[in-house]
Design a protein around this ligand. Structure first.
Ligand code: SAH
Length: 215
């Protein structure tokens, strides 16, 4: 089957599973997922599967990318922060919809590779940082939207909640492999009060504080 047919099949599957936002479906259609994975796995690029990337990390399943992107309720002029650049795929999807996407990765190799792909693809809306995303990006805060693509242990990181603008939304997987993980939706109301809600059981790699030694 050709990539284009596989992609159409994936888009139909996403629609059936409740992805109805045309901006999200359009972004999935437009971004070549095969660019963000190793050559040997490219035939699986349009399967609805998470796939391994370097440093023992994973590129999320297309459904999870689409679900989180839809739940972010994005608008073009929003400023979005992503924690966990990884392959760069989720950031590339966000950049189809929003004008300013900030993304942080703790592994230098992943950061450098993703940055090179953004450059090649002309994705100048994506601004990259090598560092510890648990600290957020104080000099660019507040953000209208924050998406964390690695699971926080125990609770929603307060530092990130603090960097949400009034009216802002954050999606963050919380939990561990023993207890199970849930994507938590954090909403900061205009009056500053924060509301949280579990929206989807998931499996993400862990959010790890600090930057690897020698990186
Ligand atoms: N959004 C990515 C998903 C990659 S997996 C994609 O589309 O491919 C999650 C990533 O989060 C991994 O690359 C991991 O190294 C990174 N990560 C984990 N803890 C982090 C932290 N504290 N700061 C920045 N990145 C982190």
């Amino acid at each position: 089957m050709a990539d284009i047919d596989r992609k159409i099949r994936l888009l139909m599957q996403l629609r059936r599973e409740g992805i109805t936002d045309t901006a999200v479906l359009g972004a999935i259609e437009k971004v070549p997922r095969e660019r963000f994975i190793a050559e040997a796995l490219r035939h699986q690029a349009y399967e609805n599967l998470p796939l391994p990337i370097k440093q023992g990390q994973t590129i999320s399943q297309p459904y999870v990318v689409a679900f989180m992107t839809q739940k972010l309720e994005l608008q073009e002029r929003m400023k979005v922060l992503e924690i966990g650049t990884g392959s760069g795929y989720q950031a590339a999807i966000l950049a189809q919809i929003c004008r300013r996407v900030y993304t942080i990765e703790r592994h230098r190799t992943l950061y450098l590779e993703a940055r090179a792909i953004f450059e090649e693809m002309g994705l100048h809306r994506v601004i990259t940082l090598h560092g510890d995303g648990m600290r957020g990006w104080p000099s660019q805060a507040p953000f209208d939207r924050i998406i964390v693509t690695a699971a926080a242990f125990g609770e929603v990181p307060q530092t990130l909640t603090d960097q949400l603008a009034p009216g802002g939304l954050m999606l963050v997987p919380v939990g561990d492999s023993a207890t199970g993980q849930q994507i938590v939706r954090v909403h900061r109301a205009d009056d500053g009060t924060v509301h949280t809600e579990n929206i989807l059981p998931v499996r993400f790699v862990p959010l790890v504080s600090g930057v690897p030694a020698g990186s």
